[in-house]
Ligand binder design. Sequence first.
Ligand SMILES: Cc1cc2nc3c(=O)[nH]c(=O)nc-3n(C[C@H](O)[C@H](O)[C@H](O)COP(=O)(O)OP(=O)(O)OC[C@H]3O[C@@H](n4cnc5c(N)ncnc54)[C@H](O)[C@@H]3O)c2cc1C
Length: 532
Amino acid sequence: MLKEEEIDEKKKRKGRRCVWSVGAVIVVLLATALTTTTTTMTTTSSKISLFIHNHKSCRCSSQDLGKYEGMVEDCCCDYKTVDGLNVEVLNPLLQELVTTPFFRYFKVKLWCDCPFWPDDGMCRLRDCSVCECPENEFPEPFKKPFRGGLPSDDLICQEGKPQATVDRTLDKRAFRGWIETDNPWTNDDETDNGEMMYVNLLLNPERYTGYVGPSARRIWDAVYSENCPKYALSDAVNLDTVNTDLLSIYWYSEPNLIRVGCLVYAMKFEWGKIGLIIIYDSSGEICPEKKVLYKLISGLHSSISIHIAADYLLDETTNLWGQNLDLMYDRVLRYPERVRNLYFTFLFVLRAVTKAADYLEQAEYDTGNHTEDLKTQSLIKQLLYNPKLQTACPLPFDEAKLWQGQSGPELKQQIQKQFRNISALMDCVGCEKCRLWGKLQVHGLGTALKILFSVDGQTHQVQPLQLQRNEVIALVNLLNRLSESVKLVREMGPSTERIMERRISVLPAIDFSTWRRMWESVVGLWSRKPSL
Ligand SMILES: Cc1cc2nc3c(=O)[nH]c(=O)nc-3n(C[C@H](O)[C@H](O)[C@H](O)COP(=O)(O)OP(=O)(O)OC[C@H]3O[C@@H](n4cnc5c(N)ncnc54)[C@H](O)[C@@H]3O)c2cc1C
């Protein structure tokens, strides 16, 4: 009898301990939620984005040092060095380079049907349209058909490389004349000259165009879902495989907060218009190559958002343009991961440019304007062989670490296909100027991928690098865009963050009904814990 009572008492104690632990968890969750609320509540969106994020706290030591200190993740250069080099060397050179006649004209097909859904032009502003270059404006040599380069049997193969590993060098006899050659990473084909037109990039700056809403959102969603694991919010989550360190909880006030980021599995609980999504970040299980693709897209997205914010139509009636710091903060700065991805993309593209140094040094920058062409050549050399860059950041990104595994070649083909789809999606961008810059920058990224991974996926042979003129133009312009974004983040980031955080801290307290809904949601989460 005594034994049974003891057992009963033990059971009760255990039960009470359980209740206490659940209670403690709820209290901790709420406490964290409340503190986090003050820093993440935003008035600019209709959704309440309370956001508890305990993210990769022990995975990457560089990230623990501070938001942007230590090595840029997966790269071989630290934030401080990147900022210093960018301001002192890269940005001034690139800014000048993109104004030269060679680099300011980009050939593009802007009138093409979206292969995925009917076009839905959604631009509000006149600034959205692109002015085409008249025939007499763009360089004469650009009009001539390509000479075809040297015969392919003249190419020197690099031998003895282990299968599927990435070689860091390129053939010394690099440039063989501009050619028309296919890039397996991109969709647009330069040989398709019929509908191509030349655009003067200086006359069509990347800036705010008023392209917003479901049309724009659909493109980004499609771009991300191209390389995210397909997940549905109703998917069950296997708790056993989840590291609770990576638990994130998002709160929202409308039923349609679907895009919760990439590399996640998610579960959604819903009470009318209120919901709770639990997300388990599974990025640890994603192969590094897919992670790279995600970071490149996210970095590019950050860069585009920074440019929109940096050149924004503040007052339509007076046509006043300027910086929109709220937007810069809301879209990029308040998400350190997005800033990190921007730095990553910058270093990735910089590595591609420096890897192709021989090719780019020997290339013909001929526009018929001898003085300007000499200047272009000289700026390119200064960029490629800058002693400060070579000393401080000789290998911005180490591409040799990728495609190492057995499935390297297949994986490369899979990722190539995904990137080609992303490139094709640019035809669906419903605003001409956004389409121009979207195409240019994705073309530039595709060129960087081609330079860094020019080993053929099927034959495993190192392909001698051959680039189209337009690819080089896209690559350098992309590097300049990224460099501008990094500079803006560096210059504006800290003060903008301070202003926004001060503003958020004086936001009126959340009303009682919101507290109640939060409490109900947390209690509901624990009482309705699903079978996982
Ligand atoms: C290719 C392309 C080019 C564009 N160019 C321009 C332009 O030149 N000028 C212009 O005014 N508009 C341009 N737009 C539109 C612009 O990018 C936004 O889509 C638009 O301003 C609406 O912004 P949003 O607040 O809805 O968020 P969006 O920027 O559309 O983002 C959608 C969702 O993606 C996620 N997200 C946002 N940033 C990141 C990131 N860095 N990493 C990971 N996830 C992220 C968030 O969940 C966000 O809610 C372009 C759009 C596309 C697709």
